[in-house]
Write a protein that binds this ligand. Sequence first.
Ligand code: BES
Ligand code: MN
Ligand code: ZN
Length: 497
Amino acid sequence: MKIAFSPVALPKAGVVAVTVAAERALGAFGRDLDQRTGGLLTRAMESGRFSGKADEVLTVLAPTGVDSGRILLVGIGKPAEVTALTANSAGAVAVAGLVTSGETELSIAVDSHDGVTLPAAELAVEIAFGAASRSYRFDKYKTKTPAEKKPSLKKVTVLTDEAKAAKKAWDRQEKLLDGVFLTRDLVSEPGNIIYPESLAEHCLALKDLGVEVEVLDEKKMKKLGMGALLGVGQGSAHPPRLVIMRWNGGAEGDAPVAFIGKGITFDTGGISIKPAANMEDMKWDMAGSGAVIGLLAALAGRKAKANVVGVVALAENMPGGNAQRPGDIVTSMSGQTIEVLNTDAEGRLVLADALWYTQATFKPKFMVNLATLTGAIIVSLGNEHAGLFSNNDELAERLAATGKKTGELLWRMPLAPAYDKDIDSDAADMKNIGRPMTAGSIIGAQFLQRFVNGTPWAHLDIAGTAWAKADRGIVPKGATAFGVRLLDRLVADHYEG
Ligand code: BES
Ligand code: MN
Ligand code: ZN
């Protein structure tokens, strides 16, 4: 879908949408439109419950006095409460009903409403971002969609008094959107298409954006002593990979920030095999890696002034004649030995080596890892927040605050020595699970913490937020790309310039 910005004027064709503030408050453009249509907008609002609250939308079909086939009234709520997030969501509700409506063009007029503090250009850009984000579809494998069910909406133009400034600001947001869409594409692909080698190829494609990419194969990982990661991958016909992506947009010699993704391209559970019901969901067990790849694409695309390392730990967790057994003891790159009591607790194993490698190789300012690590985080936080675990209060607070700004919410959970001792093992330095039904997400985080070597670190458990079962605001159902907007903003607000 194409996004454009132009000055506020009545469009000659396509759908026209206009913002309405709380209590049915029309701005100058809305009042003019109301007059041209003989008071149709006022009557439409009065005929129902539409009052201009945020996320309300009212469609007026076949209006007289204008060329458009329909007029959309889009509520933005109280002007003083308009934020980037409410703007995102106004854009999303505007397009939601139009994507397959048969309409091809939409113009959204950002009207003048007294009391809005968000700068006009930003407001326009955030509306555009929400509209574009919501219009995403993953339908490349649907070959029989009848013409009348195919997406029809091709272009959204945001009408604003600050069209020029908006266009300029959009350049940056468009790169972010590219990153978000790349992540959604990768996470949506099934396990027969995305496996460690093919996902590594997608990482290599980032070279076109100026990202340095290095792919470690089994031989190299063996040499580095990555027994934990290799053990997870050994039961699969698709060999594991570790991919390192570097964007060097900052000052030379400035320590990088590092993002690490769990990339289990399919998680059967291995020999500790999962039940059949919903196992197909485990194609998105690489969502952490997907987010890291999309994030690097966004940062490189917008030429972020920061040094950034992205590391993705890629393996397919399969049962098989060569698969790792429950009880196996592996030696991680850190030298610490791990008793693998459950082969389904595999994410922490691949991350153990990826985290250790990252801190040892790059001495980063901090490491943030993203992982669909535990079903237990869904029990704790549902689909509203991702779990945040950290050994560093400043990093944790920055992440939580950035989550609130971007709508990718985080909730901090505890770490403590008392939990940590639950993974002490009789046979090795540690085991990969704790006690049944007991603090499962925290145990996963404690395990990871044993591999960060004191580096400031945060772990985001995104098992509940990586995939949406239903449309939700700016995110259509399916892969959400959770983390891309959050971490792009974290870098922008704290680690650039
Ligand atoms: N990938 C799963 C976690 C998961 C579950 C993600 C549901 C998304 C939806 C992870 O590898 C896993 O299997 N975790 C186990 C850990 C347990 C064996 C300690 C779990 O959560 O049951
Ligand atoms: Mn698992
Ligand atoms: Zn998993």
